[in-house]
Design a protein around this ligand. Structure first.
Ligand code: GDP
Length: 176
């Protein structure tokens, strides 16, 4: 038999952000490489897994918790982020209010989540450039100051979706 150094690590990832920014669509793109223009809203939370093969024979299995953005599910969120290793906080580059909401989530994560949580800010719907209302620079500056990974993504075109999840996976603590 062939000796293998392959190590498998499992981490928990939570998606947060205002309703309709594209959280479920990002997960659908990442897990199934699909996009649906007429998705039903997530109720409560949905759970999916995806496996990434990183360099050095490291395999990362991400347990993805996609939370509903509606205000009435707000109080459930701590259940999902409490023992998360990483979080993707999503806003929509055409909706300035969604970035304000993302900032509130990030503040809450910094106060309430595991202090070692790795957070990425994702400006989704980057394909809608003509309707852009938040500049890349403004969001990047905020992300840098807050110590977040930052990507502009499109679940529709697939731009930066794999890059986003891979960047988080690479930041996970791989014990020996
Ligand atoms: P969620 O409520 O945050 O999970 O958002 P959804 O994933 O349900 O997406 C809300 C709506 O935005 C749906 O109509 C999606 O098809 C659409 N959508 C999601 N991501 C994108 C994207 O990257 N580009 C465009 N143009 N539309 C998107």
């Amino acid at each position: 038999s062939v000796a293998s150094n392959n190590k498998v690590f499992q981490f928990k990832l939570v998606l947060l952000g205002e309703s309709a920014v594209g959280k479920s669509s990002l997960v659908l793109r990442f897990v199934k490489d699909q996009f649906d223009d007429y998705r039903e809203s997530t109720i409560g939370a949905a759970f999916l897994t995806q496996t990434l093969h990183l360099a050095d024979d490291t395999t990362v299995k991400l347990e993805i918790w996609d939370t509903a953005g509606q205000e009435r599910y707000r109080s459930l969120a701590p259940m999902y982020y409490r023992n998360a290793n990483c979080a993707v906080v999503v806003y929509d580059i055409t909706q300035p209010a969604s970035l304000e909401k993302a900032k509130v989530w990030i503040e809450e994560l910094h106060k309430q989540a595991d202090p070692n949580i790795v957070i990425a800010l994702a400006g989704n719907k980057a394909d809608l450039e003509a309707r852009r209302a938040i500049s890349t620079e403004e969001a990047r500056e905020f992300a840098e100051e807050a110590g977040l990974l930052f990507f502009e993504t499109s679940a529709k075109s697939a731009e930066n979706v794999l890059e986003l999840f891979t960047a988080l996976a690479q930041k996970m603590p791989f014990e020996q």
